[in-house]
Design a protein around this ligand. Sequence first.
Ligand SMILES: [Zn+2]
Length: 282
Amino acid sequence: MVSVIPKIEQLTARITRVLGCNPGPMTLQGTNTYLVGTGPKRFLIDTGSHDVPEYVQNLQTTLNENNISIQAIILTHWHHDHVGGIKGIFNKLLQSGTVPLLKYPLGTSEDTSVSEKYSYLKDQEVLRTEGASLRVVHTPGHTVDHIILQLEEDNSIFSGDCILGEGTAVFEDLADYMKSLQIIADLKPDVIYPGHGPVIQNPVPQIQYYMDHRNEREKQILECLESSKSPMESMEVVKILYKDVAEHLHPVADKNVNNHLTKLKKEGTVKEDDGKWFMSKL
Ligand SMILES: [Zn+2]
């Protein structure tokens, strides 16, 4: 059952969620943005998509009703449904000035469509506002610049797109993504506030389930390659592991298997030659 996320909701004394009002297949009910702190100036985590007047209006209402303003905007990663709202916020909400835009560096491919300049965060840096200390933790995998923010006062985590409130997250690099999941599990958060979907209470078993599921799949892929007499195409592996899954879903499964094979190649366990995969040690 999908729980409906209200457009504005105070979640705890320190956290107010303002929904990005940008629903879609990839954003679920929309991007969650969070105002964090207890004082007159607060952090805003993420900004939703470009050109959503309803979101900017809801954010403005929240700020006005509570008589607060934004100290700085923290972006969990470069994707447009997280940084897209910056322009609207700057144009409509901050006519009287500007606020720092904080983000982990993406490296050479930094998105230049955002005209405002980012200030770059460091791993393990702590950002402080009245009532809230946010530790920056670099968690690549979904994107190379992805961070989560650990709210030290509450032992909770703002997980961006690394962990979602519903379904499973997509990623660019499975090896990095798995390491990031482990980092989050090791922090043993009591609550996760995801970039999309509802709040996750007691999230550690769910994170462990994600990791177990991936590890199990990886073991099966390795068993396939080990028992094969000759190097295999990824689709051959799919046909064995997903034999009970409808054939029209095999291309999706193939993408998944390729993610695993790329990870295993990066780790030195398997090799690839001309689209065919085999164990490094024969
Ligand atoms: Zn997102």
